[in-house]
Ligand binder design. Structure first.
Ligand code: MIG
Length: 787
């Protein structure tokens, strides 16, 4: 397609290469990130994922060899051959990622009679694509990422499509597409790791070595050839590189980390209050109740059904005083109804998508005949952003965007539905995968401007980069054990794809939950950033108290554990704003040198220090737990276990196996009914002696003032030897007015003689296997003499 290399020219960080038949370019974004580009539709990237391509000025050399061009950065050697074949090497001349030179060899299937096999169809291979990059498989590659795809953690051997899909059938591992399109994956080989981000928002295909053992490929029939090779010393670097391009999950308001209760739908007002009372009565912390589509008048967005909620402002403000926030759902579909202001305004200003003749396009969703806001029109986005004021003024605290694949009841939107496409014009094939992305961006920007607080937006459909604007959930799962099991690899892969703030419907959306399933689900849900129990309209109740006393107790135990861990979670999110690392992490992210963890699907890390190995099978009361190298402490018994092996852990129904890495400092909150219930003047640190560095971060938990420096940092440095444990506490930065008075330090598994803080003896309490000391929250050295 490209032909032979003719010549090249350097244009700052970019090298434009003239091939016989086409121009290609390679751009050095950073010494580790290289962009490969050729225009098939647009001259520019026209990226929706990367809003600010931060190209770093860096040194590179280029020379022409016999049959290739060689580009050398501080980290990589890139060789470009005829036909725009590209090979990436590290500085040791090891091939990291090479283009495959042969033709694709589609799968050979045995011949079959179409009629007889109708019910047993297998997927046909994807034909040759206009834009297609075929990469060599070296051997043992594992692939991770790709967003919310079903199945297991490692995507090797499967094929996927990026086409945002609302699929009402139970999600199973053969699905090629779901609600989200994140065309990014990480490859892990014996010695190396790298990532590839194919920034193309048309329908794209990814074959991770299914068609053939010799190669994997990705491609599309439209858009540009535009991908980034992201190098890294380890998987963490690669996630860092990918989020350097597409953005990091920003720090949310702290209350969004509390427990959230939802159902389709809680109404009227009295029912919502009854649910809230249920939490108080049963001594279960809760921060948010969600209102699903029935709060609206005839499903008209930005309206209230006054029969169900007679005075939303009063209701929401009283509710807030009681410590409950309300999040309301907003779908994109705007009811086609004369006199409905949102519809009329949108029509007047031509804010809706049209058919190819310019007539407003109509399909059916919840309100009946509905029109689709054109979020690819910046004016329509501003209008949508301003509409958020209606909800914010009423006292709503967050917005939940659903149905934005976009979904439709009258068959899919035709390909030729027309959009503004930022003034360039474009059809549904181009906008489909970014519709949810642009909707959540508009929602985020509106809420930010109106409230000046960190917006809480939840979206179902999205594209790469939406993590900057929105939290995500994995859509309509079912109350199946299989879906509890699958939630772990799905959330882990979403995390590797940049989405740190994500979750699934705890208890399952469709189908009826059981008490055992809910008991186990809450043990996983309490470790996902978005912790929301949600269920579909006709299903049986699944609030924490909907079953028996035991189920209630288990819910209480894990929801309280979650609230205890909020400062640790918040610290992890704060760090993630710099590193891009997610909260829920597959073990392979930190322990990729240990082959045993490459395919662990039923275990994960919550931040770096807590390993969670939940039970995800009915009836199981033991769990095989793999502990990677190092020493791990059983959270419940404080038993120390040497890692690098599997153990069998007793796991009665109320116990989720959890392990803390030796050398951990974990901040804990006291019990609260909701976040902000108490002014926290004493912070507890749950310490697992060893070597550790930890930074605890504090800000107002709501606004953007932290960006102007209004925050506090408490830094801990722990060192240990035979007879001493030292914790050096520093306060390198204290610019936020609310400061702690004291720290309560819990030292686990220590037999001690004496505790001193800044050389003064301090009293300590012994409690079981732990020691407790309370010290002022100031700089100093806590030194503990062991027995
Ligand atoms: O067609 O608003 O995934 O969470 O409860 C169903 C009703 C529409 C799908 C969402 C689900 C929500 C439901 N919605």
């Amino acid at each position: 397609m490209f032909g032979k290399i003719i010549s090249y020219e350097i244009d700052s960080n970019k090298i434009n290469i003239k091939f016989e038949d086409k121009i290609g370019s390679i751009e050095i974004i950073t010494p580790d990130i290289i962009n490969i580009f050729s225009s098939f539709r647009y001259e520019d990237h026209f990226s929706r994922a990367i809003e600010d391509l931060k190209t770093i000025e860096c040194n590179f050399d280029i020379k022409r060899e016999n049959d290739y061009l060689e580009v050398v950065t501080d980290k990589l050697i890139v060789k470009i051959y005829d036909n725009f074949k590209v090979d990436f090497y590290n500085k040791d001349l090891e091939l990291l990622c090479g283009d495959y030179r042969g033709e694709r060899k589609p799968l050979v299937r045995c011949e079959y009679n179409l009629a007889s096999i109708e019910d047993h169809k297998v997927e046909e291979s994807t034909d040759e694509l206009n834009i297609q990059v075929i990469k060599k498989l070296k051997g043992d590659e594992k692939f991770y990422g790709l967003g919310d795809k079903t199945g297991y953690l490692n995507k090797r051997g499967y094929e996927y499509e990026m086409w945002n899909t609302d699929e009402p059938m139970p999600h199973v591992e053969s699905f090629k597409a779901l609600y989200k399109s994140i065309p990014f994956f990480i490859a892990l080989t014996e010695n190396n790791t790298f990532g590839i981000f194919f920034d193309n928002n048309f329908k794209t295909h990814f074959d991770m070595g299914k068609e053939n053992e010799e190669y994997y490929y990705f491609g599309s029939n439209d858009g540009n050839l535009d991908y980034y090779f992201i190098n890294g010393n380890n998987m963490m670097d690669v996630v860092g590189g990918y989020t350097y391009l597409t953005g990091k999950t920003p720090l949310p308001q702290m209350w969004t980390l509390g427990y959230q209760q939802s159902r389709w739908s809680y109404y009227p007002e009295s029912r919502v209050k009854e649910i809230a009372e249920g939490f108080r009565k049963n001594d279960i912390p809760c921060d948010v109740i969600h209102l699903d589509i029935d709060y609206m008048e005839k499903y008209k967005v930005f309206t209230w059904d006054k029969e169900k909620f007679s005075d939303p402002n009063k209701f929401l403000s009283d509710f807030k005083d009681d410590g409950f926030k309300v999040v309301t759902i907003i779908d994109p579909g705007v009811k086609k109804e004369k006199g409905y202001d949102i519809y009329e305004e949108g029509m007047r200003n031509r804010y809706f998508a049209t058919d190819k003749d310019g007539i407003t396009y109509v399909n059916k969703v919840w309100p009946g005949d509905a029109v689709y806001p054109d979020f690819s029109n910046s004016k329509a986005r501003t209008w949508w952003a301003e509409n958020q004021k209606i909800m914010m003024d009423a006292g709503v605290s967050g917005i939940w965007n659903d149905m934005n694949e976009p979904a439709s009841f009258n068959g899919p939107l035709p390909d030729d539905v027309q959009f503004n496409n930022e003034g360039r014009g474009g059809d549904h094939t181009e906008i489909h995968n970014i519709y949810g992305h642009l909707m959540s961006k508009a929602t985020y920007e509106g809420i930010k401007k109106i409230t000046n607080k960190r917006p809480f937006v939840i979206t179902r459909a999205c594209y790469a980069g939406s993590q900057k604007y929105s939290t995500v959930w994995t859509g309509d799962n079912q109350s199946f054990w299989e879906h509890l099991r699958m939630s772990i690899p799905m959330l882990c892969n979403l995390g590797l794809s940049g989405f740190s703030f994500s979750g699934v419907d705890v208890g399952g959306f469709s189908a009826d939950c059981t008490k055992e399933l809910l008991s186990r689900w809450v043990q996983v849900g309490c470790f996902s950033t978005l912790f929301r129990n949600h269920s579909s309209m006709p299903t049986r109740d699944q609030e924490p108290w909907a079953f028996d006393e035991q189920t209630l107790n288990i819910n209480r135990k894990y929801i309280k554990l979650r609230y205890k861990l909020i400062p640790y979670l918040y610290d992890t999110l704060w760090q993630g704003e710099t590193t891009g690392l997610p909260v829920m992490r597959p073990l392979v992210l930190h322990y990729s040198n240990d082959k045993n963890v490459h395919e662990i699907n039923d275990e994960f890390l919550f931040g770096e220090n807590i390993l969670v190995s939940p039970v995800v099978e009915q009836g199981k009361r033991t769990k095989e737990v793999y502990l990677p190298n190092g020493v791990w402490i059983d959270y419940w018994t404080k038993e120390e276990i040497i890692g690098g092996k599997s153990i069998l852990r007793e796991a009665p129904l109320d116990l989720c196996p959890m392990y803390i890495k030796k050398g951990s400092i974990i901040p804990n909150y006291p019990e609260q009914r909701y976040i902000g219930d108490k002014q926290i003047k004493e912070l507890t640190f749950d310490v697992y002696p060893g070597e550790a560095e930890y930074i605890h971060y504090v800000d107002d938990g709501e606004t953007f003032e932290y960006k102007d420096g209004k925050y506090n940092l408490y830094q801990f440095n722990m060192t240990e030897n035979e007879d001493k444990l030292n914790i050096e506490i520093k306060t390198p930065y204290l610019e936020y007015e609310n400061k702690y008075d004291t720290f309560k330090i819990i030292l686990n598994n220590l037999d001690i003689n004496k505790v001193k803080f800044n050389n003064m003896d301090v009293e300590y309490k012994e409690n079981n296997k732990s020691i407790q000391v309370i010290i002022p929250a100031i700089q100093g050295i806590l030194s503990i003499k062991k027995k």
